[in-house]
Write a protein that binds this ligand. Structure first.
Ligand SMILES: Cc1ncc(COP(=O)(O)O)c(C=O)c1O
Length: 470
């Protein structure tokens, strides 16, 4: 290492040597300068930073004294092993611990993971090449703030055919994920809005409402989805729901509750429903359930969906369909913001949808996830009635209920000790959970290879030491 670039300020009360010491120490702790690395010589660094060699000398001596670096005669200064320094362990930033943790996880049952084996790489590559071409220079320019019109046209016809959503391309806003669109919707609905949120529910909603100091009221969820009648006891004006596949319990909002929810919204002019239809493409049993937006008669549903499940979470493309009344307000308040999705990705996706590859991909993936779910269900059936499943009609995760005296945290820790990551229902709950209830685990299976499912589940149950008694 010949140089180290740090911004040292000459006009502050902190001496230069101390600033340099702090910068190098920080870089060693956060792993930017790795163990064993050789620091620049005092002469080189002094020239590079345009400060005196004595300043470097002071900083290096302090780092040597504290054990961050060692001085080797005629060789130079080397970064030491941090683990030998108890002090550093305490200060070690989260990022270093996360990296270490990732290394030891061999099976991750995250509900956010998708199958990566069946992605149509060649088609995606072909369309990328066609887009990144100097005859198509327009993609270099900023497009429409709501996203390219042609892509919004594709989405509106796809939504109508597959989800019964009725909208024009003008009502659609593209964003780089549900997590980017939600704050926008919150701003659009104004400070007076009070939100009902499903409990347990999508953690993003809990965080968003807390961060924005927006009022939110947890609404319980049972086997028929959100208990809509509870809304009447609150002063909520907007209800966020995942009706097709409640996140994370997997419940489907029953027909009665759907009409109850719409009636609730119609009772006052300022009431809205945010329908998050995040994984509705993957429904395996029964007839498809139409979206709430499709049966809404009074423009009270804000429909949200994403390509994170249907294509890939890293694409970062989601969309909101706003009722006409809100789209006017949106245009007035927000149209000076540029679209948050790169045009290159928008154009590749447009081609992918227009050519029929998206529909084909969905059909293929539905079969793959259905197969994975069947294997999950079959493997877990061996442990019935100790372990039972719910929420298995759709999506890429299920809910496990485990009859054991072990607590949820214990189950997570036992799995973790054998390199398996699982997610407890408590992570998705606002407030307290009944203490005597059986532990529940949200088990994502989308990212586990089909052939590895039985062994992964068996390894999990083994880690829990809850074998069925013969
Ligand atoms: C309930 C819910 N909504 C939306 C999403 C997708 O979010 P994004 O579009 O930000 O990837 C997820 C992803 O796991 C989800 O669980």
């Amino acid at each position: 290492m010949d140089y180290l670039m740090f911004q040292l300020e000459k006009d502050t009360h902190t001496p230069l040597y101390e600033q340099l010491y702090n910068e190098i120490k920080g870089a060693i702790i956060d792993g930017t300068i790795k163990e064993g690395a050789k620091l620049p010589s005092k002469k080189k660094l002094a020239e590079y930073l345009a400060i005196s060699q004595t300043t470097i000398e002071f900083a290096y001596s302090q780092l040597v004294a504290e054990g961050f670096i060692s001085s080797e005669a005629r060789k130079g200064f080397y970064v030491q092993n941090l683990e030998e320094l108890a002090l550093i362990e305490k200060e070690s930033p989260v990022i270093v611990m996360e990296e270490k943790e990732m290394d030891t996880i061999s099976i991750d049952f995250s509900p956010g993971k998708i199958d990566t084996e069946s992605f149509p790489f060649s088609v995606w590559r072909k369309y990328s090449k066609e887009i990144i071409n100097d005859v198509n220079k327009d993609f270099l320019q900023l497009g429409h703030p709501q996203g390219d019109y042609v892509l919004r046209q594709q989405i509106s016809s796809y939504l109508y055919q597959s989800r019964g959503v009725k909208c024009t391309p003008e009502q659609i806003i593209l964003g780089s994920g549900t997590e980017q669109l939600m704050p926008l919707i919150i701003r659009l609905l104004g400070k007076e809005a009070i939100y009902g949120i499903e409990n347990p529910g999508y953690p993003l909603t809990h965080h968003l409402f807390l961060d924005d100091k927006q009022k939110s009221i947890p609404i319980p969820v049972d086997s028929e989805g959100a208990v809509v009648s509870k809304l009447d006891d609150t002063n909520a004006t907007v209800m966020y729901v995942t009706p097709s596949h409640q996140f994370p319990t997997g419940a489907v909002l029953s027909a009665t509750r759907r009409s109850q929810l719409l009636s609730w919204a119609y009772q006052q002019d300022n009431r809205y429903i945010i329908e998050d239809d995040y994984d509705s493409e993957f429904r395996y049993t029964g007839r498809p359930i139409p979206s709430l937006q499709g049966i809404d008669q009074n423009q009270r549903v804000i429909y949200l969906s994403t390509f994170s499940k249907s294509l890939m979470p890293s694409l970062r493309i989601a969309y909101a369909v706003l009722p006409e009344s809100l789209i006017m307000q949106y245009k007035q308040k927000f149209s000076y913001y540029a679209a948050t999705v790169p045009r290159m990705d928008q154009q590749i996706l447009t081609k992918f949808m227009d050519s029929g590859h998206f529909a084909k991909h969905l059909n293929k993936m539905r079969k793959i996830y259905k197969r994975k779910l069947e294997i999950v269900t079959k493997t877990i059936a061996n442990f019935n009635p100790i372990v039972t499943i719910s929420g298995e009609q759709s999506g890429m995760h299920i809910l496990l209920t485990i009859r054991t005296c072990k607590r949820e945290e214990e189950l997570i820790a036992l799995a973790r000790q054998t390199g398996i990551r699982v997610y407890g229902l408590r992570e998705y709950i606002t407030g307290d959970l009944e203490n005597d209830s059986d532990p529940q685990i949200v088990l994502g299976f989308g990212g586990i290879d089909t052939n590895d499912i039985p062994s992964s589940i068996n390894a999990l149950i083994n880690a829990w030491e809850i074998r069925k008694t013969p």
